[in-house]
Design a binder for this molecule. Structure first.
Ligand SMILES: [Zn+2]
Length: 166
């Protein structure tokens, strides 16, 4: 079942999340609902718990939902994710289900090493690059109470109104 999306300026989007202490049935259910919610929005490639009203440090992402992406790990579940290393820099246009009317130019690291638990509670550490690196940084920002609007260099020149709302 898809969950309702919280939109800017809902205050939950500005609040840092709490780490998950144990990956139990309730956490797995939330992960499942977040994946279903992502799938309910055709252009959505990532979702963080605050966007569906939860204050837990959980995100889901799937870059393969963008048909232009050639290589993808598919669905990635991120429980308590952190960036442990970052390399390079890229500037790219980003959007967000919680800010449906705008996109923005955001600078991100080109490659990031992520440490996170998976849906079985196993600690994983792996590198992401390209589109997946950008999605992961965008979602981890959500978990720290940050939106892409907080990352654009200039709100006047780097934010754009969408022709069609998400
Ligand atoms: Zn977002």
């Amino acid at each position: 079942m898809a969950l309702a999306i919280r939109r800017f300026p809902d205050p939950i989007l500005k609040r840092p999340t709490h780490p998950v202490e144990r990956v139990d049935a309730a956490v797995r259910k939330l992960v499942e609902q977040m994946a279903a919610t992502m799938c309910a929005h055709p252009r959505c490639v990532g979702l963080a718990a605050p966007q569906v009203g939860s204050t837990l440090r959980i995100a889901v992402m799937d870059s393969s939902r963008n048909p232009k992406v050639a290589e993808s790990r598919g669905l990635i579940i991120l429980v308590n994710p952190h960036v442990t290393a970052a390399e390079g820099a890229v500037l790219q246009r980003e959007g967000c289900l919680s800010i449906p009317d705008f996109t923005g130019n955001v600078q991100r690291a080109a490659r990031v090493r992520i440490r996170a638990h998976d849906q079985d509670g196993q600690l994983q550490e792996f590198w992401l690059e390209g589109f997946e690196a950008i999605i992961a940084q965008h979602e981890i920002d959500h978990l720290d109470g940050k939106l892409f609007l907080d990352r654009v260099a200039n709100l006047k020149t780097d934010v754009f109104r969408r022709r069609t709302s998400l």
